[in-house]
Design a protein around this ligand. Structure first.
Ligand code: ATP
Length: 451
């Protein structure tokens, strides 16, 4: 992480600059839910786009889909979520606060679901009061489908997007006529009634996942598992996360989920320590077999090579958009002294920066505004951009630095004579003069060079 980023500084920057707001803030908020503001939604979309480009657009063995959030409840019986998607919780008998038992023993920083942790921490970390015995708490949000609220109409908000892929495996296979290995990718909301949401947007009750279920022939699963761990690790580095802040960790046997044969995590060094960004699990044929059993449908693949019907194994890279967004912010956050002032900069990768170009007239002088607006009209066709003419030019550069805008274009009095503008780069603060006629080309060049 950046040594200068703290969770407090990030929360404050995110609110001030319209990246992330507490959900329903005017009513006091609601724990574990967050809203993304004008710049936050851009950053989030850019992360999702970069992922989709890498795993769908640039590959010939992965296709996309978008399943519904509410599914037939039998899905969750088959997947094991109804029986095992639970965390052990303890309550403080004094202050009534509730904790995740595995957090208290500190067994695993971010914890894992489906395991009963050996909890022996006996005192409340807040008030020192006595704790109850751990009880299992199912993390799925319940709702009702239709006008009657009873057991028969009970449904769940999906706790992961993965199951929407497993149940569509045959549909996608038939529709695309693809052969194995075949991946299906999906981005969408997931919901978990986490006992202790926190660390800003790291652990939420509503969040977004980017998941791939990569179906392979049994026997080739371990090789593909390695492939995906490498691919995913490199994706993070390619988008600018510093190598010293990212690591891959293989989970210990006792940390594995019930469906997994082997799991790796890509972890990031957050201000609160190393924590999971993405899990990459070998789910074997567990899910397809369970859905075949519960649905009565054969979820198989005809392997022309061997002339046999097989149940594919699955490698699952599963990442959380909100967590990634936080990691990219932490990593990009920097402060430096410039002319005795602190300059806050988000050194975001250009592909991720919410605003790519800011157009700034030197002042609000009536002669400068029309050409500046013309320049903006030129730029905004190509990139997400902003026009800003409030306050001094120095202040405006700082404002753009603070939200990671890689390039600023300044229109000054010389522009009226030479029909040229100045491009200023965020990181180096270097300035070059270019003719307006060649501006788009010059910006494009700068946008595509280097990282
Ligand atoms: P954790 O151990 O942190 O609870 P997990 O191992 O249960 O996570 P998975 O079920 O593997 O997580 O989910 C895949 C990814 O989804 C995680 O790597 C994470 O990026 C994201 N994710 C999971 N739970 C949350 C949450 N409550 N808030 C934000 N992101 C989440």
């Amino acid at each position: 992480m950046s040594t200068k980023a703290t969770v407090e500084k990030l929360v404050s920057l995110c609110k001030r600059r319209g990246l992330v707001f507490q959900s329903s803030e005017i009513y006091g908020g609601i724990g574990g839910f967050w809203d993304y503001g004008p710049l936050g939604v851009e950053l989030k979309n850019n992360i999702k786009q970069a992922w989709w480009k890498a795993v769908v657009q640039e590959r010939d063995d992965v296709v996309g889909q978008d399943a519904a959030i509410v599914m037939n409840p039998t899905v969750w019986k088959a997947s094991g979520h109804l029986d095992t998607f639970a965390d052990p919780m303890v309550d403080c008998k004094e202050c009534k606060k509730r904790f995740r038992a595995d957090d208290l023993v500190g067994a695993v920083a971010a914890g894992t679901h489906g395991h009963e942790a050996a909890v022996k921490a006996s005192r409340c970390p807040e008030c020192g009061g006595e704790l109850t015995e751990p009880r299992m708490f199912n993390l799925m949000f319940k709702t009702y489908v239709g006008p009657v609220e009873n057991d028969a109409s009970t449904a769940y908000l999906r706790p992961e997007t993965a199951q929407g892929i497993f149940v569509n495996f045959l549909n996608v296979l038939t529709a695309t006529r693809k052969k194995l290995p075949l991946g299906i990718a999906q981005i969408g909301k997931a919901f978990r009634n986490e006992i202790t949401p926190g660390n800003f947007i790291f652990r939420d009750r509503e969040f977004e996942q980017m998941e791939i279920e990569y179906f392979v022939k049994p026997g080739t699963d371990e090789e593909w598992h390695k492939h995906w761990v490498e691919e995913r690790y490199n994706w993070y580095l390619g988008l600018g996360l510093r190598k010293e802040n990212v690591r891959v960790r293989r989970l210990e046997p006792e940390e594995q989920a019930h469906y997994a044969k082997d799991t790796y995590e890509v972890e990031y060094l957050f201000p609160m320590g190393w924590s999971e960004l993405e899990g990459i699990a070998n789910r074997t044929d567990f899910d397809l077999r369970r859905h075949a059993e519960f649905s009565g449908r054969e979820l198989e693949y005809f392997d022309e090579e061997s002339g046999e019907h097989i149940v594919p194994y699955v490698i699952e890279p599963s990442a959380g958009v909100d967590r990634l967004l936080m990691a990219f912010l932490v990593d990009a956050y920097d402060e430096e002294e410039v002319r005795k002032e602190t300059r806050v900069i988000l050194r975001l990768h250009k592909d991720l920066a919410p605003i790519k170009v800011a157009v700034l007239p030197l002042s609000r002088n009536e002669k400068l505004v029309p050409p500046a607006r013309e320049v903006w009209a030129l730029v905004r066709k190509h990139w997400m951009s902003q026009y800003d003419d409030a306050q001094s030019i120095g202040r405006r550069y700082r404002r753009q630095d603070e939200v990671g805008t890689p390039l600023c274009v300044t229109v000054d009095f010389d522009t009226l004579e030479d029909e040229a503008v100045t491009i200023r780069e965020r990181d180096s603060m270097e300035q070059v003069r270019v003719p307006i006629a060649g501006l788009v080309e010059a910006l494009r060049e700068k946008m595509n060079t280097g990282d």
